[in-house]
Design a protein around this ligand. Structure first.
Ligand code: SAM
Ligand code: SF4
Length: 334
């Protein structure tokens, strides 16, 4: 193992989120427009390149890999990549291989994911009502996702549900969703919706629902206690005494834990974002393609990490004050 990746603020970088595709079989209203222009294939890292990139990060001390997208399970042959990554779990260099998915393909891949060493998956699900599900995802169908969740649990995968909080859309399902998750032994995390520009506003479903308000509503029925659980990201957690569940709150626009941030994000084109809330990125595809010598790539990664900012600052809120994100979540994988 080489010297670990330590950023200028003495944070060890041990968590890499990797977007393996910009494509998706859904068109969630807050994430994509209906007519998306996807990247030409040559722009994407091939599965071999993704493998080499991840192996290099693992050699440099990354212990946790989360695969995301777009929808990671629609990338052709993605199981080859998962199977290949399992060698790092076997060697003990990688501690966790996981993914975030919309669940549509889980019924096909749950067993294969388990066999590749995946033990936990995050499934995004905003509503348990079929018509509303079709409205918010545009192209998604709820029964297929529920079938996927069944398959995942049956395969032995621990499932966590991610729900985007949308006022006037899933507000009335707050308790239904919570209890449904509890009844199936699944933790639940709410995500504050980030305003994305240019997604075809005519299709607006719901609006910003502050998680402080959501939490206050939960507290009218349950005893919530804040727990010190940290995952290195902008999430805080509460335990529900009645159900034993941990409920997470991800507030992308408020940044509570930058000081313990251990993660960086790689896009499907090989750009490394050092911080979700800043525009700075480093192109790792060029050094990857320039040479077969991994030292070239390692140096580029180290140079990028040396630029990891201390955190999101007020610039961030000013930058976003107009409600526009210049990047889409499907680009950085959330
Ligand atoms: N397709 C997969 C999925 O939906 O889980 C993985 C990629 S998706 C971009 C990752 C997460 O970002 C999902 O939980 C999704 O709900 C969330 N997301 C997308 N757009 C968002 C937005 N505008 N605000 C907040 N969360 C968003
Ligand atoms: Fe696809 Fe996930 Fe974005 Fe929905 S949130 S459009 S499922 S990438």
């Amino acid at each position: 193992m080489k010297t670990a990746l330590i950023d200028p603020f003495q944070r060890a970088i041990s968590y890499l989120r990797v977007s393996v595709t910009d494509r998706c079989d859904f068109r969630c209203v807050y994430c994509m427009s209906e007519n998306m222009q996807f990247l030409p294939k040559k722009e994407l890292l091939s599965l071999e390149e993704l493998d080499r990139m991840c192996a290099t990060f693992i050699r440099l001390g990354v212990k946790k890999l989360r695969i995301t997208g777009g929808e990671p399970l629609v990338r052709r042959d993605i199981m080859t990549f998962f199977r290949s990554m399992s060698r790092h779990l076997d060697s003990g260099d990688l501690h966790e291989l996981t993914l975030t998915t919309n669940g549509s393909q889980l019924h096909r891949f749950a067993d294969d994911l388990y066999a590749a060493g995946v033990r936990r998956v995050n499934v995004s699900l905003d509503t348990l009502e079929e018509a509303k599900f079709a409205r918010v995802t545009r192209w998604g169908r709820l029964p297929q996702v529920l079938k996927g969740i069944d398959a995942a649990q049956k395969a032995g995968l621990k499932v966590k549900i991610n729900t985007v909080a949308l006022k006037g859309f899933n507000e009335d399902e707050l308790f239904t969703l919570t209890e449904w998750c509890a009844s199936r032994g699944m933790d639940l995390t709410f995500i504050e919706v980030m305003p994305m520009g240019d997604l075809g506003g005519e299709d607006r479903v719901g609006q910003y629902w502050a998680l402080d308000d959501l939490r206050a509503q939960l507290a009218t029925r349950y005893s919530l206690s804040d727990i010190p659980k940290r995952t290195g990201g902008p999430a805080r957690y509460s335990r529900v005494a009645e159900t034993g569940q941990d409920i997470g709150f991800i507030t992308p626009l408020t940044h509570n834990f930058c000081e313990s941030c251990n993660r960086v994000r790689l896009t499907c084109t090989g750009e490394l974002y050092m911080c979700l809330g800043q525009e700075d990125m480093a192109d790792l595809r060029a050094p990857l393609r320039a040479s077969d010598d991994d030292a070239v790539l390692e140096n580029a990664i180290r140079a990028a990490i040396s630029l990891k900012p201390k955190g999101h600052d007020f610039d961030y809120s000013r930058q976003r004050a107009d409600g526009q994100m210049t990047r889409h979540m499907s680009h950085t994988g959330g």
